[in-house]
Design a protein around this ligand. Structure first.
Ligand code: PEP
Length: 260
């Protein structure tokens, strides 16, 4: 039976592309993508904060149906949080998706499950869609701890969220050892863990929420492996880092249906 969930392919640019480069990349991407692509797939780009206003203007002025995303936000609405950005500020810029708990934020900037949960709830409150990232380290994987780590992060990240809200959000399973390393989980392994994510949502929020929540795989997704990953029943999309910086490469991932 075909999946009821619309695929979502998201490009996380991390700290790459100034606003001029960002505009060029989105323009090139829009030349490559077709109406058929937009009918079949939701596409989002997540540039650095300094690019967001420029990309918002470009998408709106040229009617490009790519969704605008952010990589991060704070969970408070305002206050003495030097350097941070509030969810409502992103919503005002027509941001649709906000990544919460990317492993680089957890590992480099010390974000823990509690902070990630506050962010998820703040993003929902501002009427945007969180992309909650979960994933294990290589040591955790080698010790057989993948399922516990991932299901624990899902439960903690979604604590206090209503089941109707869970149904509309996105969870990205990103094994940390596969991010930016060129190593990808095999499609079977990725499927197994994405199924654990879905089973965890079912257990905590019920079967309907689990059937509706979209689960992305992330970790060195490239044009050559996107098709096999996207063919898995519990994988509804991809969170793409390095390969999303190049418009041609990213477009080929969005067009995985056509084969590479
Ligand atoms: C990411 O940034 O979330 C990511 C998965 O990066 P990469 O595709 O480069 O592994």
């Amino acid at each position: 039976m075909p999946s009821p969930r619309r695929p979502l392919i998201s490009g996380n640019w991390k700290m790459h592309h100034n606003h001029f480069e960002a505009i060029q990349t989105v323009q090139k991407l829009s030349y490559r993508l077709t109406n058929d692509d937009y009918e079949a797939v939701d596409v989002s780009v997540h540039p650095p904060f300094t690019d967001i206003r420029s990309i918002q203007t470009l998408l709106q002025s040229e009617n490009i149906p790519i969704a605008l995303g952010a990589q991060h936000c704070h969970f408070e609405e305002k206050g003495a949080f030097t350097g941070e950005v509030a969810p409502s500020m992103l919503a005002k810029l027509d941001v649709t998706y906000v990544i919460a708990g990317h492993s680089e934020r957890r590992e480099v900037f010390g974000e823990d499950d509690e902070m990630v949960n506050k962010k998820v709830r703040a993003i929902l409150k501002a009427e945007m869609t969180p992309i909650l990232c979960v994933g294990e380290t290589l040591d955790e994987r080698d010790a057989g701890g993948t399922d516990d780590k991932v299901s624990g992060q899902v439960r903690a990240g979604l604590a206090g969220v209503k089941k109707e809200q869970v149904a509309g959000l996105v969870i990205a399973y990103e094994p940390i050892w596969a991010i930016g390393t060129g190593r990808t989980a095999t499609p079977d392994d990725a499927q197994t863990t994405c199924a654990v994510v879905r089973a965890t949502v079912a257990d905590a929020f019920g079967a309907d929420a689990a059937a509706a929540v979209r689960i992305q795989y992330g970790g060195s997704v490239k044009p050559g492996n996107a098709g096999d990953l996207m063919a898995q029943p519990d994988i509804d999309g991809a969170l793409v880092g390095g390969a999303s910086l190049d418009a041609d490469e990213f477009a080929r991932i969005v067009q995985w249906r056509m084969g590479d």
